[in-house]
Design a protein around this ligand. Structure first.
Ligand code: DAK
Length: 258
């Protein structure tokens, strides 16, 4: 695995996303590797849970890799939206607990990844947000749905429409984060303590709770499909070209609505 460090202890995998030069941004290779890790978690009877974190103190995941995103055709975008949504759904539906230990920026696809996990714990310096609109696109990994489920429609719309970043404390007040801790050591010890508690329970009951909770949120509703279509359509615009170009050129975008 080129983009992960993996440790195994007491039946729990600790998986660290590691692309430090790009603040752990999600590229296609990394997502394929993550898919393999999650697949293995489903299949391996000895492993009972997974803690997902980011390398370093600065970022959990600073979003999708914008430099890679800038090269997508509309067709590739629709394909990627579907496979990405499927991966994040696989995480959400995993019968074994997956805890996001958020150690810094969780933006865009990074916030969506954390939201697909069952529980989120964050360090005080963590920042959450859906800044896709700054690139002329929309969240494409289920963020329009999961953020709305977690924080409610009004706040979710505000966060997605303004691209504002919020602190870990505010995220906790909104219900986006379960616990806030002061530093990385405390982050991992809290994640492990919660994980060990869950792992001591009946695995069948754990799986059935996750299944029942998720059944109430209907992945098959129109929201996810609409998001995938709108995401793909937004990648065919001049605004998307301008949004990604302006990020790469480190300047403010100038959108025209075309
Ligand atoms: N992608 C690529 N590189 C990134 C990156 C990203 N998302 N975020 C940071 N980097 C790189 C920077 O370019 C910089 O590289 P160099 O210039 O040194 O080569 C390096 O990481 C350090 O970043 P900064 O110099 O910018 O660090 P700062 O402390 O100044 O700022 C920051 C930290 C997190 C505020 C800033 O880096 C930032 O705004 N990053 C971008 C955040 C963002 O907009 N993320 C959302 C991306 S949109 C899809 C579905 C979903 C998505 C995509 C596709 N499909 C269905 C196909 C999701 C989209 C998104 O996530």
């Amino acid at each position: 695995m080129r983009n992960f460090q993996i440790q195994y202890s007491n039946k729990v995998l600790t998986v660290t996303i590691s692309r430090p030069k790009a603040l752990n941004a999600l590229n296609a290779e990394l997502l394929e590797e993550l898919n393999d890790i999650i697949q293995e978690l489903y299949q391996n009877n000895d492993t009972r849970g997974l803690i997902l974190t980011g390398d370093g103190d600065k970022a959990f995941v600073a979003g999708a890799d914008i430099k890679e995103l800038a090269l997508l055709t509309q067709e590739q975008a629709l394909e990627l939206a579907k496979s990405g949504q499927a991966l994040f759904k696989k995480i959400e539906d995993c019968p074994k607990p997956i805890i996001a230990a958020v150690n810094g920026f969780a933006l865009g696809g990074g916030c969506e990844l954390a939201m697909s996990c069952h529980i989120r714990i964050a360090t005080e310096n963590a920042k959450f947000g859906q800044p896709e609109i700054n690139l002329g696109i929309i969240p494409g990994y289920g963020g329009t749905q999961r953020l709305t489920q977690l924080v409610g429609r009004g706040k979710a719309l505000e966060l997605m429409l303004t691209a504002d970043q919020i602190s870990a404390q505010e995220a906790k007040l909104l219900g986006l984060v379960n616990h806030v801790v002061s530093n990385r050591d405390e982050l991992m010890s809290t994640a492990n303590a919660i994980m060990n508690k869950i792992v001591s329970k009946s695995p069948l009951a754990v799986a059935n709770i996750i299944k029942s909770v998720n059944a109430g949120f209907g992945f098959e509703n129109a929201g996810y499909a609409t998001e995938a279509e709108c995401f793909a359509a937004s990648t065919a615009t001049n605004d998307f070209k301008e949004g990604t170009k302006s990020f790469i050129e480190k300047r403010q975008p100038s959108f025209t609505g075309r």
